[in-house]
Ligand binder design. Structure first.
Ligand SMILES: [Zn+2]
Length: 379
């Protein structure tokens, strides 16, 4: 089937040129759930663009009766970040105007919704569909105020204008998938919200990070947190409801690269997840469908990052995806001095057991610079 495309202007540059994004919408024959998938919010994390391209190619070949609901796809969703360079290198993680992380800017209704407890009391005798509809309407009304701010003569900074455009595409979605990668070099994994662990295994990934605390205003959080807060309030009133709403951040490999294996992992996982959710009907899975694999989830607070204890050069570092034991050498820091002494090689050893899931691309580090990250599965 042919997707419907639409363009959204984001930013007019001083030169008069415009930056914009393009949405590809595949609308199934039967109405149903809406999934929203975007990539490249962080400028160097380009892998999701190849994933979305492959999904578009795949969906184009499908008959419309194989899709129930809607699939919205937005590749290169942050042109300002994607195009940013420093020498040959894409940085694009931070907005150069204000230094903010592009994935910590989103509007979080949980923080804005002051009367949630009062609202919940009015909903306690209603069915789940009705509660969802009512809360979405409430959220939309508050979101409309964001547009009013933008349209005032005083207007708003670009980050607020930008977030409005992205969030307006997915506020009413059922499932949101935001495709990232390491800015350095990383394994393939996902971020999972508490209470949504059951669905995580349908992405067919080996590892996931369970969010125990929130960084604040990330894209996935901004979508999920209001609904999680609503679920919590309803449970307090003795009405335990779980909305079929989910948000996922996929981390697929390394920055500035579209590693073919990571692309394949992403495409396979998303297709399978959409089939699990009943959005895609895939004949090829008809026997044992949908597939699922055991995913090892580790709490976010069990990530241990290692930073350089001194300035120097990284050598003899263990490769990505190495399982280490406490006391194993992780890398050697080749340390130079200006005190007349010979250079030294300092062994840096693991504090705990774990899996090396992310390593810095740059092997030259100033003191305090990030070197690698370890997932410690002991809970
Ligand atoms: Zn990212």
């Amino acid at each position: 089937m042919i997707p419907i495309t639409s363009q959204i202007d984001l930013l007019q540059l001083a030169s008069g040129d415009n930056l914009s994004i393009q949405v590809y919408k595949f609308i199934g024959k039967q109405p149903g759930k809406k999934v929203y998938i975007q990539s490249n919010l962080h400028g160097s994390e380009i892998v999701g663009n190849a994933v979305i391209h492959q999904l578009i190619e795949f969906l184009r070949e499908l008959d419309e009766d194989r899709i129930t609901g809607e699939i919205w796809l937005v590749p290169v969703c942050n042109p300002l970040g994607t195009n940013q360079r420093s020498h040959f290198f894409s940085s694009g993680r931070f907005n150069s105007y204000d230094g903010r992380d592009w994935n910590r800017i989103f509007w979080d209704y949980e923080k804005d919704c002051e009367d949630l407890a009062t609202f919940v009391k009015t909903q306690k005798n209603l069915g789940i569909k009705e509660v969802r509809k009512n809360f979405l309407e409430k959220q939309k009304a508050a979101f409309a105020k964001q547009l009013e701010r933008i349209q005032k003569p005083s207007s708003v900074p670009y980050r607020d204008r930008y977030r409005y455009q992205l969030q307006s595409l997915c506020l009413d979605a059922d499932f949101v998938i935001d495709i990232h990668s390491s800015s350095n070099q990383g394994i393939d994994y996902l971020y999972c919200f508490h209470g949504r662990e059951e669905s995580a295994k349908y992405f067919l990934l080996e590892y996931g990070i369970l969010m125990t605390e929130y960084d604040g205003n990330a894209f996935d959080e901004a979508f999920m947190k209001p609904w999680l807060a609503l679920e919590k309030q309803l449970t307090k009133l003795g009405k335990a409801i779980k909305f079929d709403l989910e948000a996922w951040t996929l981390e697929l490999g390394s920055g500035m690269q579209m590693n073919p294996e990571s692309v394949e992992v992403g495409v396979r996982g998303i297709k399978n997840y959409l089939a699990y959710k009943g959005i895609l009907t895939l004949a090829e899975y008809s026997v044992n469908y949908p597939a699922s694999t055991e995913i090892q989830l580790v709490r976010r607070d069990r990530i241990k990052n290692y930073y350089a204890i001194a300035g120097g050069m990284i050598q003899k570092r263990v490769p990505l995806k190495t399982s280490v034991k406490a006391g194993d050498r992780l890398y050697q820091l080749l340390s130079f001095n200006k005190s007349g002494d010979l250079p030294t090689a300092i062994d840096i050893c693991a504090e705990t057991d774990g899996l090396v899931f992310d390593i810095s691309t740059n092997q030259s580090v100033n003191q305090g610079e990030y070197v690698l990250g370890i997932l410690n599965f002991e809970l």
